[in-house]
Design a binder for this molecule. Structure first.
Ligand code: APR
Length: 318
C-alpha cells in the first residue's frame, strides 16, 4: 500500500498521543510527527510507538520533536499536509471549557503562528478547548483560508449520543444514527429529527423524556468523564474523532461529518465558526451540507451561533 504525506500532532498529552497512535495505526501516512514543549516526551512516545509497529503491523513512521514556545524545534514539522492542534490545558472537575479560554488562547495562538510559518499549505484540525473559540483563533492566527481550519467537536458529541442511544435501546452502535450541531458546549444542538435506530425515527423507539435525558447526558458528556478521571479530560473518543477527520482530508474522501467550520449563509447564519455538517476533502472543507431541520432545531442552531459569535470576537483580544 502506498503511504503518503506528513501529518503533525501538536501536543503530546493524552489527546495528542492517542491521536498520533490512531493515525499511525491507520497505516496510510508516511510520517506522523508528534511535538510538545516538554523536553523528550514526544521523542519518547514516538520511539515507543515505532517499536509497536512490528506487532501492530503498520509501517508509518513516527517522529518526536520538542519545540519551544519561541518556535524553535519546529523544523521536523515542516511542510506537513495536515496539522492537528491538541496543545493546551484540559479541564479539571467543576470547570467549564470556557474556563480554559485565556490560557489556551495564548498557547493556540503561538502554535498556530508556528504552524503557518512551517506548514503554509496545511489543513489544520483544532481540538483544544474551548473548541469553537480556539478554532476561530487558529484561523485568525494562521491567516489561512477558513476552509482549511476546522474544529473537532460534532463527531465526538454525535458519537457520544449514538453510544448512549445504543446502550439504552440495547442495539449495536452500528444500528444507530444520531447528530449534534451547534457549539461544543452549553449550546450544543442535538438533532432528534436526524436520529434513527435501524432506520426508524428515534421518537418511535424511545419516549420524549428518555430522549431528553440522553440529550442532556450528551451535552454534559465531557464533564461526566472529567468528573470521573479527576486529573484530565476525555481522549479516547475525542482522538478517534480527530483522527477520522484527518483521514478524510488525507484521502480526499468527501465524507460528510459534523465539524466546526466557518458558516457563510448556511441556515441563514454567517460569519461564525459553528458545528454543522460538511464534506471533507484534501483542501479541508469542500462545502457545508445543509439539511432540513425542524423549526425548533433551527432556532437552537441560530441561538448557538449567537452565543459563540460574541466569544469568538473576544478571542481576538486575548
Ligand atoms: N506547544 C506544544 N505543546 C504544548 C504547548 C505548546 N505551546 N503548550 C502545552 N502543550 C502540551 C502540554 O505540554 C501537554 O503535554 O499540550 C499537552 C496537553 O496534554 P494534556 O494535559 O494531557 O491534555 P489533553 O487531555 O491532551 O487535552 C488537550 O484537548 O480536549 C482538549 O480540553 C482539552 O484543551 C485540551 C486539549
Amino acid at each position: 500500500m502506498a503511504r503518503k504525506g506528513k501529518i503533525t500532532v501538536v501536543g503530546a498529552g493524552f489527546y495528542g498521543s492517542t491521536t498520533a497512535q490512531r493515525l499511525a495505526e491507520y497505516d496510510v501516512f508516511e510520517t506522523v510527527v508528534l511535538t510538545d514543549i516538554i523536553e523528550g516526551k514526544p521523542e519518547g512516545l514516538a520511539l515507543d510507538l515505532n517499536q509497536s509497529r512490528p506487532i501492530e503491523g503498520f509501517e508509518t513512521r513516527l517522529v518526536g520533536a520538542t519545540t519551544g514556545i519561541d518556535g524553535s524545534g519546529y523544523e521536523p514539522t515542516a511542510d506537513s499536509d495536515i496539522v492537528v492542534i491538541t496543545a493546551g490545558l484540559p479541564r479539571k472537575p467543576g470547570m467549564s471549557r470556557m474556563d480554559l479560554i485565556e490560557t489556551n488562547a495564548k498557547i493556540v495562538r503561538g502554535v498556530a503562528e508556528n504552524v503557518a510559518k512551517f506548514s503554509p499549505d496545511a489543513v489544520v484540525i483544532v481540538v483544544s478547548n474551548p473548541l469553537d473559540e480556539m478554532t476561530a483563533l487558529a484561523a485568525a492566527a494562521t491567516g489561512f483560508d477558513k476552509k482549511k481550519v476546522i474544529g473537532q467537536a460534532g463527531m465526538l458529541d454525535t458519537a457520544r449520543f449514538t453510544n448512549f442511544v445504543a446502550e439504552t435501546v440495547g442495539v449495536p452502535v452500528a444500528s444507530v444514527k444520531t447528530l449534534t450541531l451547534g457549539s461544543h458546549g452549553d449550546t450544543m444542538v442535538p438533532v432528534p429529527s436526524a436520529c434513527t435506530v435501524d432506520g426508524k425515527p428515534l421518537s418511535d423507539v424511545l419516549d420524549q423524556a428518555k430522549i431528553d435525558e440522553l440529550v442532556d447526558r450528551t451535552r454534559n458528556g465531557g464533564a461526566e468523564v472529567v468528573a470521573l478521571l479527576k486529573t484530565g479530560s476525555a481522549y479516547y473518543a475525542p482522538s478517534a474523532a480527530a483522527a477520522r477527520m484527518a483521514r478524510a482530508v488525507a484521502a480526499d474522501s468527501g465524507d460528510v461529518m459534523p465539524v466546526c467550520t466557518w458558516v457563510d449563509g448556511e441556515y441563514g447564519i454567517s460569519g461564525v465558526y459553528l458545528g454543522v455538517e460538511a464534506e471533507l476533502g484534501a483542501g479541508g472543507i469542500r462545502k457545508v451540507v445543509e439539511r432540513d431541520l425542524t423549526e425548533s432545531e433551527l432556532a437552537s442552531l441560530r441561538e448557538a451561533a449567537e452565543a459563540v459569535r460574541s466569544k469568538q470576537a473576544d478571542v481576538a483580544n486575548l
